[in-house]
Design a protein around this ligand. Structure first.
Ligand SMILES: [Fe+2]
Ligand SMILES: [Fe+2]
Length: 361
């Protein structure tokens, strides 16, 4: 087998499902300044002003929110063949298909937890029409005069019933290295993985309900901390639900702001990028639960237990219903899912200063 390191270049695109597609598209265009590059059937294709290809985000109408799929671009056509062969040799079900608008042949498969993933090499580079051409040569299109525009798609965070299985698959078949992880005793409950110098393009957190195949969040990149401050003011004024931030994670050292787009998916806005992994054989850093407050939020922002640690998409409940159900613990409070989630929470979570409203064990 060939060495899989450096055969995946980056996260090229993701598809979000939304029960409120127009409001979801408005969120990405009006607030985050993304451009629509195509509308087809029940889907709208969008890109941020520094995304290199025809689209980085597809919003598709669906009964429930969630991740439709995410696609990673390889570093060459041969790397694509090798990565697909590695998955097939391990009896992972996958198939070749002609891809979507703006992309070529694609290998589609599922993570061990059932997330829809795709690998591809062939892309159509975005060519701006004259009115959108930037004078800055590395910029594929002008920065739009709308909202607080994001530069590009950044990363994907998956929820999984088994974090280690998902992590092992990314390491073994796609050559990702795990830059950081969180353990609760012997159990991995979080892993941050990368194929390049970024701290992560894919992360995976343990699903508190033990369910499979959900998404925690999709992130878009600003690269400037002030933009997270400007964005949170905009979201507050225009009634976009804010979950937590702006603050800075210890894990990855990146600046975060979490909000919910109107369809119910959690979106992270990424301020400064955090630690860059220039050392090619750097070791995985392991966070213990005893250090989790620093890991979650250096500045002390609270991550709500009833959403951040329990909610992913698709969700059987709307966000409001979920909060209602998970916010009330104590005698007579929790339903069966909430009780199971409380059970799954590491003991230290109840004592954590960074976790708001956690069940004290
Ligand atoms: Fe994230
Ligand atoms: Fe984050």
């Amino acid at each position: 087998m060939s060495d899989p390191r450096f055969e995946i270049s980056h996260l090229a695109r993701a598809e979000l499902l939304s029960p409120k597609p127009q409001e979801t598209v408005d969120f990405f265009t009006k607030f985050l300044g993304m451009y629509i590059t195509r509308t087809e059937g029940q889907s709208v294709y969008l890109r941020a002003y520094e995304d290199p290809y025809q689209w980085s985000l597809k919003v598709t109408e669906s009964a429930q929110a969630g991740l439709g799929h995410a696609a990673l671009r390889t570093t060459s056509p041969e790397a694509l063949e090798r990565r697909a062969a590695s998955l097939k040799d391990a009896n992972v079900d996958g198939n070749w298909r002609e891809s979507d608008f703006g992309y070529g042949k694609t290998f589609a498969y599922q993570s061990p937890d059932g997330h829809n993933l795709e690998l591809l090499w062939e892309v159509e580079k975005y060519q701006a029409p004259p009115e959108l051409q930037s004078k800055i040569l590395t910029r594929p299109s002008k920065k739009p005069l709308q909202g607080i525009p994001v530069k590009r798609i950044d990363h994907l965070n998956l929820l999984a019933s088994d974090v280690s299985a998902v992590k092992n698959s990314f390491e073994r078949h796609l050559g990702f290295r795990t830059t950081e992880r969180v353990v609760d005793g012997d159990t991995e409950i979080g892993a941050w993985m990368s194929s390049n110098i970024l701290g992560h393009e894919v992360a995976c957190l343990r699903d508190a309900q033990g369910e499979r195949g959900k998404m925690h969040h999709l992130a878009f990149y600003y690269g400037t901390g002030q933009h997270n401050i400007d964005a949170v003011e905009m979201f507050r004024d225009y009634d976009i639900r804010i979950e937590s931030g702006p603050d800075k994670h210890g894990i990855t050292q990146a600046q975060f702001l979490y909000v919910f787009e109107p369809g119910g998916n959690r979106i992270e806005l990424f301020g400064e990028v955090g630690y860059l992994h220039l050392d090619p054989d750097g070791e995985t850093k392991t966070w213990q639960m005893s250090d989790i407050d620093t890991g979650l939020a250096i500045g002390g922002a609270k991550l709500p237990w009833e959403t951040y640690f329990t909610y992913g998409t698709p969700s059987p409940l709307s966000l409001d219903q979920h909060i209602e159900k998970y916010a009330h613990f104590g005698p007579g409070g929790p339903g069966p899912d909430a009780a199971a989630a409380a059970q799954a929470a590491p003991d230290e979570i109840g004592q954590s200063r960074a976790v708001a409203g956690a069940p004290v064990s």
